[in-house]
Design a protein around this ligand. Structure first.
Ligand SMILES: CC(C)(COP(=O)(O)OP(=O)(O)OC[C@H]1O[C@@H](n2cnc3c(N)ncnc32)[C@H](O)[C@@H]1OP(=O)(O)O)[C@@H](O)C(=O)NCCC(=O)NCCS
Length: 158
């Protein structure tokens, strides 16, 4: 059995989230990404999960104080114990209907058992064309994250 494959958070950007220019700190956006990703991963796997990597983080436009923020997290791919989750952050004037994309990324979580060992996760099957496209992107991002890590390891070992 698996849970829902998508989670959406909606809230307002508060004065405590922003820098002196009135724009939301990048670190705050990363926190929202991690929280929405966690809720999606824990819901899908039915287990406690930990973040293992974040790939392809793009800050496309700033989020301003008072704007409505929508953080959507959807399962894009599952491995044996890992889940690749596509995050899209959108923002806009709460008095208007339209939101524009401010950020996206792929965040990977691992499901953990009570002793702290990785657990197998329910398998996600992409059905729509959109899900299939996103899955290819997520697989590529996971490969890049693992490959670049091994490059760094070689640099440290040298
Ligand atoms: C997450 C953790 C348990 C993974 O341990 P590990 O021994 O490196 O993992 P393994 O080699 O057993 O791989 C486990 C999974 O992670 C995947 N993985 C490893 N590195 C990865 C990366 N950079 N990006 C995405 N997935 C990665 C592996 O492919 C494997 O997935 P699969 O089972 O779906 O094929 C360990 O690195 C850890 O505890 N990290 C700290 C987590 C943390 O504190 N997060 C922040 C707070 S929640």
């Amino acid at each position: 059995m698996s849970g829902h494959s998508e989670v959406v958070f909606r809230f307002l950007a508060e004065p405590t989230d922003v820098n002196f220019g009135g724009k939301v700190h990048g670190g705050i956006v990363m926190k929202w990404i991690d929280q929405a990703g966690y809720a999606c991963a824990a819901g899908w796997s039915g287990s406690y999960c930990v973040t293992v990597s974040v790939a392809g983080v793009r800050f496309k436009r700033p989020i301003l104080v008072g704007q409505i923020v929508e953080v959507s997290a959807q399962i894009a791919h599952t491995g044996k114990t890992s889940m690749q989750i596509f995050i899209r952050v959108r923002c806009g004037d709460p008095q208007k209907q339209s939101l524009v994309e401010s950020n996206h990324c792929i965040i990977s979580f691992i499901a953990m058992d009570k002793a702290g060992y990785p657990l197998p996760v329910p398998q996600f099957k992409a059905k729509t064309q959109e899900q299939k496209k996103l899955e290819l992107y997520a697989i590529k991002m996971k490969e890049i994250a693992i490959e670049t890590e091994s490059l760094l390891q070689r640099t440290i070992d040298d």
